[in-house]
Design a protein around this ligand. Structure first.
Ligand code: HH2
Length: 315
């Protein structure tokens, strides 16, 4: 019997029906969700030093909420290639004063940290999500802290550490390795008591990947659907865009939006970006096109993905 275009293999929810349960609420993923980036660091690769003063950072968070962010991700440690770890006290001295000022923010806050001590203090200060770019490999205790507070958790794939990750970017099977590592992290988080519905997975664009690898990750996102959790991507202003289009970090907006839309079509539902207003528009348009397609019984522009029993997300 021919499957309908929206029918999924058993047990795997369509991205539209997925939810992300975070502390204090649920984000429905029937539309693309935007995580605005707020780096309170002197050295982040694209916005380092821009929001160092806590008041300026808090203003930018409010501005992103107005521009359409669904949550704001505050980070006090750059994880750009070659970056060395920041001590806990220093990281908290950057992040704490910003969170303190955002108790009344209209959208939930996420903290971008690999350290359980920073995660705990941020949750204590009201954050709803912990975004761990090491996928629990830097400090496994992050999982216990997330479980204790009933917070949401982003598990990102990174091979090695920011210091070492670009030394070897060859993989035998990039998507397979990323998927298997994320599955192990997911299992570890659930074993520590984190609710499965509170976890989203992220392939880690640019983290231990070449430009070719980062493009392949976006193209192959459908293979992560097997994990059964929503997919978050962070292509914003990254070097694979610079490599592809031969543009500097200040000129990567179009590439970022293009990567977001392609990732959306391939199953991603949460997008970590610096340029919130622009991403909101690009993704709202993509979602409207998708909805019109669904009303017409079409889920993908790829003719091979329609009418022959295959799903439209690349598997
Ligand atoms: N990328 C960066 C930081 N955190 N978190 C997730 N979940 N996914 C990502 O792709 C991701 C992330 C790196 O970008 P940025 O924060 O702009 O730079 P830096 O690490 O230099 O602060």
């Amino acid at each position: 019997m021919r499957k309908s275009a929206t029918q999924r293999p058993e047990g795997r929810p369509a991205p539209e029906s997925q939810v992300w349960r975070i502390r204090g609420g649920v984000l429905g993923l029937d539309r693309p969700r935007i995580m605005g980036v707020l780096n309170v660091t002197p050295d982040s690769f694209s916005d380092g030093g821009r929001h160092l003063a806590p008041e300026a950072a808090a203003d930018r968070a409010r501005e992103m909420a107005e521009e359409g962010a669904d949550l704001v991700d505050v980070g006090g440690e750059s994880t750009r290639p070659g970056a060395t770890p920041v001590p806990v006290e220093e990281e908290w001295a950057r992040v704490g004063p910003v969170l303190e000022r955002l108790g009344d923010l209209s959208v939930p806050l996420s903290v971008d940290t690999r350290k359980h001590q920073v995660a705990r203090r941020a949750l204590e200060a009201g954050a709803s999500v912990v975004n761990d770019v090491s996928g629990l490999s830097y400090d496994p205790e992050v999982a216990e802290v997330v479980a204790e507070y009933g917070a949401g958790l982003v598990l990102m794939h990174m091979r090695g550490t920011p210091e070492t990750m670009q030394r070897d970017t060859d993989y035998d099977d990039l998507l397979g390795e990323v998927r298997d590592a994320l599955r192990r992290a997911l299992d570890r988080a659930v074993a520590a008591g984190v609710e499965r519905e509170g976890i989203v997975v992220d392939p880690g664009i640019g983290f231990g990947k070449s430009a070719e690898g980062s493009r392949a990750l976006v193209a192959g996102l459908g293979r992560l659907a097997a994990l059964g959790r929503p997919i978050l991507v962070g292509p914003s202003r990254k070097s694979f865009i610079g490599d592809t289009l031969e543009v500097g970090v200040e000129e990567r907006l179009e590439g970022t939006l293009s990567a977001c839309v392609v990732a959306y079509e391939r199953g991603a539902r949460i997008f970590r970006v610096h340029d919130v207003r622009e991403a909101r528009r690009a993704l709202d348009l993509a979602a409207a096109v998708r909805a019109s397609g669904a009303r017409e019984g079409v889920t993908s522009g790829d003719p091979a993905a329609n009418g022959n029993g295959r799903n439209g997300d690349g598997r």
